[in-house]
Write a protein that binds this ligand. Structure first.
Ligand SMILES: C[S@@+](CC[C@H](N)C(=O)[O-])C[C@H]1O[C@@H](n2cnc3c(N)ncnc32)[C@H](O)[C@@H]1O
Ligand code: SF4
Length: 430
C-alpha cells in the first residue's frame, strides 16, 4: 500500500452533498486539535508526572526543537452568547491589571526553570489568544512581551499573532502592536448580518470592520485573519452567503470558517440562544460547501478542514509543501509541533506530554503566587497515541497519509495496525 491522498475537490462536487453527506456532516464527533482529546486527559494527581521535570526532560532531549508559546488572556468586555471559549467578563481595569501581574509571574517562573537548567529554547512563534487580548492596554501587552523576551528572540519569530475583538481595539494601537513585534492579527468577525449579530449579543457593523481594515494594516502586519461562524441564530444560506461576499470584499489573508457548536447543557449562557432560531441542520453542510466554493473561486486555498488562505500566505505555501500542522488554535504553517502555554485554562503539548492549567482564576492566582505551576490536567502519550496523532493530523492538515513512511518510521504494517473491527479501528495498547 502506498500513500492515501484525498482530494478536497471531491467534497465540492454537487453530487457529494446528498443526504448521506449531510447526516455524516452533522454527526457529533470529537474536534481533534489534540490527540487524544481533552476529555481523555487525566487529573494531574492521577497522572503522577512532574510538570517542571517534563519541561526540562523535553528540552534536554530536543534542545533545538522549534516551540510555540501560547498566552491566554481570559477577559472580555462583553459576553457573546455563542461563545464556548474560557472567558470572564470584566471591564474593571484594576481586576484586569492584577491578572496581568500574575501572568507575568507565571512567565517568570517558566523563565527561571529554563535558566536554572541552562535551557535556551528555540521559540519560533507566539500567539496571544483568549478571551480578548485586545481588551488589555497597550502598556499591559508591552509588559507581557518584555517578560517573554527573557527567553524569546522576537526578531527571530516566524509568526507573532494576536486575537482582536473589533469592538475593543483602537486603530491607533495597530502601529503600537506592530512595533512590539506582533505581525499577524485575527478579528472575530463571525457573521456580518445585523439580525444575527443582535441575537448573539455582538453588534459590530460591517462599516466598523471595514474602517479597521482601512488602516494600512498590510504596512504593519503580514496578514489579517477573520474568524467566521456559520449556523448562528437567524442565519441561513442566504444571509451567510452575504457574509462571505463582504468577507471577500475586505480580503483578509486568512479565514477560519467554523460551524457553531451549540452545547447549552455545558455552556450555560448559550441558553440565551433560542433553539428555534438556529438554522435547520440540513442547511449547515450546504452553507459550508457553498462558502468553501465561493472562497476558492475568490482565490483562497482551502487548508485543512476549516481554514482558507491566500496563495501568497505562509499557510497556503505550507499546504503546497505538505507541511501544515495543527495545534490547539487550529491549522498552522507547521513551524513547530510543540507548544508551551501560559495563563489560565491554556493547554500545552510538547514531546509525549499534554498539560492544562486551571480555569479558575482564584486557583490560578494562588498557585502562581505560591510558586507552583497552575497545572490541573494532563496526559502522557503512548507510542500508539503518537502514531495515531500523526496519522490523524496528516489527514486533517494535508489530506494525505504517507503509509510507507509511517510503516518505516514506526516499524508497523499500516493495514494490519489500523484494522477495522466492528466498524471501529480497535485501539492497540502499548
Ligand atoms: C477567543 S475567540 C476570538 C477572539 C476575540 N475574543 C473575539 O471574539 O473577537 C476565538 C474564536 O472561537 C470561535 N468560537 C467561539 N465560540 C464558538 C462556538 N460555540 N462554536 C464554534 N466556534 C466558536 C469564534 O469564531 C471566535 O472568534
Ligand atoms: S467570542 Fe471573543 S469576545 Fe466574545 S465572549 Fe468569546 S472570547 Fe469573548
Amino acid at each position: 500500500m502506498n500513500n492515501t491522498d484525498l482530494s478536497q475537490n471531491e467534497f465540492l462536487k454537487p453530487s457529494f452533498v446528498d443526504q448521506n453527506f449531510k447526516d455524516f456532516f452533522n454527526r457529533m464527533g470529537p474536534y481533534y486539535n489534540c490527540y487524544p482529546i481533552l476529555g481523555q486527559w487525566k487529573n494531574f494527581d492521577e497522572l503522577k508526572v512532574d510538570y517542571s521535570k517534563s519541561i526540562v526532560d523535553f528540552f534536554k532531549k530536543n534542545p533545538d526543537a522549534p516551540v510555540s508559546i501560547y498566552v491566554h488572556i481570559p477577559y472580555c468586555a462583553k459576553l457573546c452568547y455563542y461563545c464556548m471559549c474560557r472567558l470572564h467578563v470584566s471591564n474593571n481595569r484594576e481586576t484586569i491589571n492584577n491578572f496581568v501581574k500574575v501572568l507575568i509571574k507565571e512567565i517568570n517562573m517558566f523563565n527561571n526553570l529554563l535558566k536554572e537548567n541552562k535551557i535556551v529554547p528555540n521559540i519560533k512563534d507566539i500567539h496571544f489568544g483568549g478571551g480578548t487580548p485586545s481588551h488589555l492596554t497597550v502598556e499591559e501587552i508591552s509588559e507581557i512581551i518584555q517578560n517573554l523576551k527573557k527567553f524569546t528572540s522576537i526578531e527571530n519569530l516566524a509568526e507573532f499573532s494576536m486575537e482582536i475583538d473589533p469592538r475593543v481595539v483602537e486603530p491607533k494601537n495597530f502601529e503600537k502592536y506592530a512595533s512590539m513585534g506582533i505581525d499577524r492579527i485575527s478579528f472575530g468577525v463571525q457573521d456580518f448580518d445585523p439580525i444575527v449579530q443582535k441575537k448573539i449579543n455582538r453588534e459590530q457593523p460591517f462599516e466598523l470592520i471595514e474602517s479597521l481594515m482601512n488602516n494600512n494594516l498590510n504596512k504593519y502586519f503580514k496578514g489579517v485573519n477573520f474568524d467566521l461562524l456559520y449556523g448562528l441564530p437567524a442565519s441561513s444560506q442566504e444571509t451567510f452567503s452575504r457574509t462571505i461576499e463582504l468577507t471577500k470584499q475586505l480580503s483578509p489573508e486568512r479565514i477560519t470558517l467554523i460551524k457553531y457548536g451549540h452545547i447549552p447543557k455545558k455552556v450555560k449562557h448559550m441558553k440565551m440562544i433560542k433553539e428555534e432560531d438556529l438554522p435547520d441542520e440540513n442547511e449547515l453542510p450546504v452553507i459550508f460547501v457553498d462558502s468553501t466554493k465561493k472562497l476558492i473561486e475568490a482565490g483562497y486555498d482551502w487548508v485543512g478542514i476549516d481554514h482558507f488562505a491566500k496563495k501568497t500566505d505562509q499557510l497556503s505555501i505550507a499546504k503546497q509543501k505538505g507541511e501544515v500542522y495543527r495545534n490547539f488554535g487550529g491549522e498552522t504553517p507547521g513551524y513547530t509541533k510543540d507548544m508551551i502555554s501560559l495563563g489560565p485554562t491554556s493547554t500545552s503539548g510538547f514531546g509525549n506530554y499534554y498539560f492544562q492549567n486551571t480555569y479558575d482564576l482564584k486557583e490560578y492566582r494562588q498557585d502562581v503566587n505560591e510558586g507552583r505551576f497552575p497545572v490541573r490536567r494532563g496526559y502522557l502519550l503512548t507510542r500508539d497515541d503518537i502514531i495515531r496523532r500523526e496519522v490523524n493530523f496528516s489527514l486533517q492538515c494535508n489530506q494525505v497519509i504517507k503509509i510507507d513512511a509511517i510503516n518505516k518510521k514506526y516499524n508497523i504494517e499500516f493495514k494490519n495496525y489500523f484494522k477495522k473491527r466492528n466498524g471501529f479501528a480497535k485501539k492497540k495498547r502499548r
